[in-house]
Design a protein around this ligand. Structure first.
Ligand code: SAM
Length: 284
């Protein structure tokens, strides 16, 4: 292990293995040996906060664990990197191809459902909402349009729900869109912006583990599942793809992150653009 970090606590192989197994069973996230430093750094803070003497003591606490401690642990372990219009070609495809296609063929009951399934702090869901309003605002306002945004991490959802962001982290949003959909903070909040009610009311944020029960029935027209399956192993990915396939409408879209693919599950989808897949309808 590298020596440049704070070595106040010893992380034994046994404890690291326990922590990895606990994370895997609870979230599907695979922590290899290359994540040891990251785990060390993130958990050292908790060990200090809890005034524990060692990683072993922390493992014991998790074993005896109240749910609250477990959630705190998982929130610390997840990687939540995201941004507005990240992988902007996905939003272009939505605006220029998918929404016109859906609207021209006529939405059943005027209903449009989109799921941002690992939404982190909400930038993905708000980017979807802006895309909808910009492309078909007049229509969207008359329709039954809902964006469900979920994540396993309760902390990021609190941020998403508030819809307050640092202005300097909004590079992906044009000045025109910023002016239209965000309010500038004043005084102490001058460095922040807040999403408009028009965006906020299109989205419901909820805690959901992709590996657990899904309370919603769907079906969804579009699912964003970006930059999360990369943390899962192949069996977990395949199980998830099967469930995502089930909850998509026939012809619905599944959108993955830049370094992700469907593996052998590709046969159930058509690849319509870079990391965008359409559910194939089974010919009966
Ligand atoms: C790197 S962020 C991706 C955010 C966004 N989708 C994007 O592409 O910008 C990955 C998110 O997946 C969430 N996550 C990890 N495991 C999960 C699980 N089992 N169920 C739901 N969300 C999970 C993490 O909490 C994190 O917020």
């Amino acid at each position: 292990m590298s020596t440049d970090r704070d070595q106040s606590y010893r992380l034994s192989n046994k404890d690291y293995k326990y922590l990895c197994q606990h994370v895997y069973e609870s979230t599907g996230i695979v922590l290899g040996d290359n994540k040891r430093e990251m785990v060390y750094r993130r958990l050292t803070r908790i060990i200090r906060e809890r005034k524990l003497a060692s990683f072993s003591a922390y493992c014991e606490l998790l074993k005896s664990c109240p749910e609250q401690e477990h959630n705190y642990f998982i929130n610390k372990i997840t990687t939540n990197l995201t941004s507005f219009y990240r992988e902007s070609h996905h939003f272009d495809f939505l605006a220029q191809q998918e929404l016109p296609r859906l609207l021209s063929k006529g939405l059943h009951n005027n209903r449009l459902r989109i799921w941002s399934s690992a939404s982190s702090t909400g930038e993905e869901a708000y980017s979807i909402a802006i895309t909808l309003l910009e492309a078909f605002g007049h229509f969207i306002k008359r329709c039954d349009v809902k964006i469900l945004a979920t994540d396993i991490d309760s902390n990021v959802l609190t941020t998403a729900d508030k819809g307050i962001y640092e202005a300097r982290k909004m590079d992906g949003v044009s000045a025109k869109l910023k002016q239209k959909y965000f309010h500038k903070g004043v005084a102490d909040n001058a460095n922040h912006v807040k999403v408009s009610d028009e965006l906020r009311q299109l989205i419901t944020f909820k805690e959901l583990n992709l590996l657990g029960e899904w309370p919603m029935k769907g079906p969804f027209d579009v699912i964003f599942c970006r930059n999360v399956i990369i943390y899962f192993d192949k069996p977990t990915q395949e199980e998830l793809f099967a469930r995502l396939h089930d909850i998509l409408k026939p012809g619905g879209l599944l959108i993955l992150g830049h370094s992700e693919n469907l593996g052998s599950y590709q046969q159930y989808f058509e690849n319509v653009a870079r990391t965008i897949f359409r559910k194939l309808t089974v010919q009966g």
